[in-house]
Design a protein around this ligand. Structure first.
Ligand code: ADP
Ligand code: ADP
Length: 224
């Protein structure tokens, strides 16, 4: 995993202060849940760290290096999982997982890696299916495999269980936990899901673009 640091980061959209002077440090390998009501600034934190948006002021660094000017190089080190999956509907499951690495020269066997990840998310036998033939939970599994194809040291997930029923959401929570143990990436997850937050090491609550709570998560008795 990588460490991530935000120093006095602010981002406004018009007159809305999405983030207001936020400073945060995430240790390498940590899993942190970002919580707070809709509009609190959770997605903005993830977009800025992922290099999909730029702060108006403040600094963001990954492994103690400021985000590079060439953000595309940075984005390749980051896996992103969305609430609404965003799979490409005309591509098979296997091709969706391969899509992020197709434009690049890579030093690994793309198809072998994609199949390993489909195995890890429990969908190896559906590699030829189209997204529309899968359930929501299965589509999210494909999206998670796609996010991990470049072995990113940092996984950002924006409400990954927000579009799933609670039993399916719980399966995704367990999957993410297992993948983190297996691949050891830093995970930052925006979520309203208390079960998902409870699997993290740290819980950060945002309100109106500011951090209002930042506490370690202690495993509850029923998890031990
Ligand atoms: P959350 O993820 O906690 O729901 P967001 O980070 O998406 O919050 O949004 C924070 C605030 O910034 C909200 O008021 C939202 O409407 C606003 N916002 C986010 N992205 C944009 C955008 N691209 N254009 C305008 N306003 C935006
Ligand atoms: P998803 O479920 O795919 O994550 P969201 O509904 O959370 O989608 O947000 C979709 C996009 O719209 C995000 O990139 C977010 O930054 C942007 N967004 C959020 N609030 C606003 C807003 N008030 N105006 C414009 N864009 C916004």
């Amino acid at each position: 995993g990588t460490s991530v640091t935000l120093e006095s980061v602010s981002r406004s959209y018009g007159s809305t202060k999405a983030l207001d002077d936020v400073s945060l440090h995430f240790e390498a390998g940590t899993a942190a849940a970002l919580m707070g009501h809709s509009g609190a600034g959770k997605s903005t934190v993830l977009h800025l760290i992922g290099g999909m948006d730029l702060p108006d002021s403040g600094h963001i660094s990954v492994d103690e290096q400021p985000l590079p000017r060439r953000l595309d190089a940075h984005r390749r080190r980051v896996g992103f999982v969305f609430q609404r999956f965003h799979l490409l509907p005309a591509l098979s499951v296997l091709d969706n997982v391969l899509a992020p690495v197709l434009p690049y020269q890579v030093d690994f066997d793309r198809k072998a890696r994609a199949r390993e990840l489909l195995e890890a998310v429990g969908l190896a036998i559906r590699e030829r299916a189209l997204p529309s033939e899968l359930s929501g939970g299965q589509q999210q599994r494909v999206a998670i495999a796609r996010a991990l194809i470049g072995r990113p040291p940092l996984l950002l997930a924006d409400e990954p269980t927000g579009n799933l029923d609670s039993a399916t959401g719980q399966e995704i929570v367990e999957l993410l936990l297992g993948l983190r143990e297996r691949y050891g990436m830093t995970m930052l997850i925006a979520t309203h899901n208390p079960e998902l937050a409870a699997t993290c090491d740290r819980l950060i609550k945002l309100a109106d673009g500011k951090i209002v709570r930042d506490i370690p998560v202690t495993p509850s008795a029923d998890m031990l």
